[in-house]
Write a protein that binds this ligand. Structure first.
Ligand SMILES: Cc1cc2nc3c(=O)[nH]c(=O)nc-3n(C[C@H](O)[C@H](O)[C@H](O)COP(=O)(O)OP(=O)(O)OC[C@H]3O[C@@H](n4cnc5c(N)ncnc54)[C@H](O)[C@@H]3O)c2cc1C
Length: 316
């Protein structure tokens, strides 16, 4: 069976990210899943094997770790030329998409982004136009290079013991134009990462101020979810920018998305409308978010949410 390269997303704090496990699950339907790791592969190999990575290509050293994404695209392009895989899967994250774009140019190959499913023949289900449409697409030039949206498929274990193969990294000076000069670990709380969370509770301008976001956080914590925010809430200083959901923020696709005091503007919807179940609380019955919501409560969030949190607490 032909190999399917899965470009691994991982962080020193969290290890292998959930989206990587989802891609390995998806890859099993296309061929033999092989993970491509940049940096220290030893710490990640067991976890990758748990989810079916038959081989781990380990590319390490200053040339890949000290520069931005250009060397990574060069390494993956080299692997594609030598291994001739059936497909390459990358995460639909900022870095994954940038590597994918560069890879497609290097190989003069087609590219599909924001994919939520891939069939055995390479036909992909793709979310387009900021989430307002879903199409079936296929790469017609070269092999499928596909970026996969986090939370599109459930990650399913399929344990194997991976063979680890060191990759000789040989990158050109042109790949070294932007160097990483410092790495600062982002302070992380106990909450899951926004784009990977199965439950997201978001607050909008209707939350009123930064202190009131405690109501949003409390519900998120009781549900074991992440906290998000609309751009209006972020612009008003209620919540930090890295939690913005939407066209110019993060794209989330959780099992459950709870929108509190969010009107449901098209730019917000772009980042959350592929959520499996959407619950909205808004005091305006005409708010556009209700067109999208599976469950809606017309009411003041400061009356509705405490009742919900009390009820959840009773059931714990
Ligand atoms: C180029 C561009 C990019 C953009 N990118 C993004 C993006 O990435 N993400 C994003 O979110 N927006 C984005 N926007 C902004 C977007 O157009 C909206 O302005 C924004 O989403 C509105 O946020 P909101 O729903 O929180 O605020 P509002 O539209 O002001 O809605 C607040 C809602 O809260 C309700 N409310 C008020 N008080 C209560 C209460 N006590 N209880 C219950 N409900 C209450 C109101 O009825 C109202 O529906 C972008 C805009 C542009 C032009």
């Amino acid at each position: 069976m032909a190999e399917v390269l899965v470009v691994v997303e991982a962080s020193p704090a969290a290890g292998v990210k959930k989206v990587t496990l989802e891609m390995l699950t998806l890859a099993r339907g296309l061929g033999s899943p092989c993970a491509v790791v940049f940096g220290d592969a030893a710490a990640l190999t067991d976890r990758l094997g748990e989810y079916g990575a038959e081989k781990v290509y380990a590319a390490s050293g200053e040339d890949v770790q000290d520069y931005l994404v250009a060397p990574k695209a060069t390494v993956v392009a080299g692997l594609v030329r030598s291994v001739r895989p059936a497909a390459v899967l990358l995460a639909s994250t900022q870095e994954g998409k940038e590597i994918a774009g560069r890879l497609a140019v290097k190989l003069d190959n087609g590219l599909l982004t924001d994919v939520v499913g891939v069939e055995a023949d390479g036909t992909a289900t793709q979310v387009i136009f900021a989430g307002s449409g879903v199409v079936k697409s296929r790469v017609t030039r070269g092999l499928p290079i596909v970026t996969v949206r986090p939370n599109s498929v459930p990650a399913q274990p399929a344990p194997v013991t991976p063979v680890v193969e060191q990759v000789t990294v040989s990158v050109a000076e042109a790949d070294k134009l932007a160097r990483v000069v410092e790495r600062v670990a982002e302070a992380r709380g106990a909450r899951p990462e926004l784009t990977e969370a199965s439950i997201v509770v978001s607050g909008g301008r209707g939350v009123g101020n930064a202190d009131n976001f405690a109501v949003v956080e409390e519900l998120a914590d009781l549900l074991g979810g992440a906290v998000g925010a609309s751009r209006a809430a972020v612009d008003a200083g209620f919540y930090p920018h890295q939690f913005q959901v939407g066209q110019t923020g993060k794209t989330v696709s959780p099992q459950l998305y709870v929108a509190l005091g969010i009107s449901g503007a098209i730019q917000h919807r772009a980042g959350m409308q592929t959520s499996k179940t959407i619950v909205a609380v808004n005091k305006d019955a005409e708010a556009p978010i209700f067109e999208l919501a599976d469950f809606g409560v017309v009411g003041d969030l400061f009356k509705v949410v405490p009742q919900a949190t009390d009820e959840i607490r009773k059931r714990k």
